[in-house]
Design a protein around this ligand. Structure first.
Ligand SMILES: O=C([C@H](O)CO)[C@H](O)[C@H](O)COP(=O)(O)O
Length: 426
């Protein structure tokens, strides 16, 4: 049986959702899912509008019902849904009444395993209750922490006969794995809807689910490699959005531009002393970023000779709250340097200060090993312990903006597209 591709529309604006659904169908998507955020934004009208726009398509309402199962199924069914999602972790009483309502109104029920405490046990129970589909689902927030649904799907698929759907950050690669692991319905949200070419993105998913054996499984490498790869793709602005406006250094600007991505080697030094910044070059490894705090903005703690040395070590860049000199030479050398000041005079190598202690630079706490990203907008610090999650969230921001750029290029304005007036804070 050919697997079904379900495009999940997790947006807030209905007009955009209709347009994206059209583009996804042109690329080969079968079912249309009205995502939970869209249902919360527009209510049952989201389902009515989609039913009107796509009279022949299977429409799925991601209600994520956890109580009053019968009532919520009835609402979605009367608005035009063909399939309604309830939470698999809901009480059996909710699921059973949702099923009665589904039978009464002629719709199918999908139980979603998102956040179910024991999904392997629960799927067997859900099958016995009589749901039509079970969705093996890793939620968007869980994906940011590195979870994916494929291993769970593999564990579950040989235990039950109920039709399985799968969702959770699927792309062309993982969609193919999902089909091979037994998924009947492949649900894809962001990797289609946030694309600047929705039709092409849907087409790639279509190809991979139709011919899963032809898809080459590529390995992602180490976590650090994956973090660096993502951080090279996104901007400091994307990262700042992902960090809810935290993380940006104040008063630090590009002196020698160029993107920096790397882990911090920190330096605390003192007015008139350049020993520790220079010694940090020997401590740093290839791909590291030297981050220096030097209270004094009138005596440089970094210059041309240090820059040459840093280039010899393969250092990714330097960030300084303090001053740099030899600017003409430093600019010619091309190593990205971000600083708060420039000045001609240097101090002496006195040897005060510390390397790889926690410092404050540009108003941000920086610990050794934190990820530092710099571009023309400035510098952001990403705490090492949240780097994977924040890189993934920044990538979501990046993808979403790419799609918005595309919609603006077609002639809209940002406020029209995002219905800004509607979302102003009251
Ligand atoms: O159900 C979903 C999520 O909980 C938000 O409502 C998504 O539709 C589902 O995860 C598919 O989206 P992606 O994970 O972005 O592929």
């Amino acid at each position: 049986m050919t697997p079904i591709i379900q495009v999940a529309l997790d947006l807030l604006e209905l007009d955009r959702a209709v347009e994206i659904a059209k583009e996804a169908i042109a690329g080969g998507a079968d079912w249309i899912e009205i995502g939970t955020p869209l249902i919360k934004s527009e209510g049952m009208d989201a389902i009515r509008t989609m039913r009107k726009a796509f009279p022949e398509r299977t429409i799925l309402a991601d209600m994520k019902t956890v109580d009053t199962g019968a009532l919520e199924v009835e609402m979605a069914a009367k608005a035009g849904a063909d399939v309604v999602i309830v939470l698999g972790s809901a009480d059996d009483s909710t699921l059973l009444d949702a099923l009665r309502s589904a039978h009464k109104y002629g719709v199918r029920l999908m139980a979603d395993l998102i956040s179910a405490p024991d999904p392997v046990k629960r799927v067997v129970e859900l099958e016995a209750l009589g749901v039509d589909y079970v969705n093996v689902h890793v939620g968007i927030d869980q994906q940011m922490m590195g979870k994916d649904p494929i291993s769970l799907l593999r564990e579950i698929s040989h235990r039950v006969n109920v039709q399985l759907a799968v969702a959770g950050g699927l792309d062309a690669n993982t969609a193919a794995q999902a089909v091979k692991a037994g998924a009947r319905v492949v649900i894809v949200g962001g990797n289609i809807t946030h694309s600047d070419n929705v039709t092409e993105a849907a087409r790639k998913i279509r190809q991979s689910v139709d011919c899963p054996d032809a898809v080459e499984i590529c390995s992602v490498g180490t976590v650090d490699q994956e973090i660096r790869k993502i951080l090279k793709e996104v901007s400091t602005s994307n990262i700042s959005d992902a960090m809810h406006r935290k993380g940006a250094m104040k008063g630090i600007h590009p002196l020698v531009g160029g993107k920096i991505v790397g882990t911090a080697v920190t330096v605390q030094t003192f007015p008139g002393d350049w020993a520790k910044p220079v010694e940090a070059i020997d401590v740093a490894k290839e791909g590291d970023v030297i981050v220096i705090y030097n209270e004094n903005k009138d005596i440089a703690c970094w210059g041309g000779l240090a820059t040459w040395s840093a280039l010899n070590k393969g250092i990714a860049g330097v960030v300084i709250e303090g001053a740099v000199r030899d600017i003409d030479e430093v600019k010619n050398l091309g190593l990205p340097i971000y600083t708060s000041n420039t000045v001609p005079n240097a101090g002496d190598p006195k040897g005060f200060g510390e390397i790889n202690a926690e410092i404050t630079c540009g108003g941000q706490t920086v610990k050794p090993g934190d990820y530092i990203v710099g571009d023309e907008s400035g510098v952001v610090v990403i705490p090492a312990e949240r780097a994977y999650e924040l890189a993934r969230r920044a990538k979501e921001v990046y993808k979403n903006e790419k799609r918005l750029f595309d919609e603006i290029k077609r002639g809209g304005t940002l406020s029209e597209i995002m219905e800004l007036k509607k979302w102003e804070k009251h």
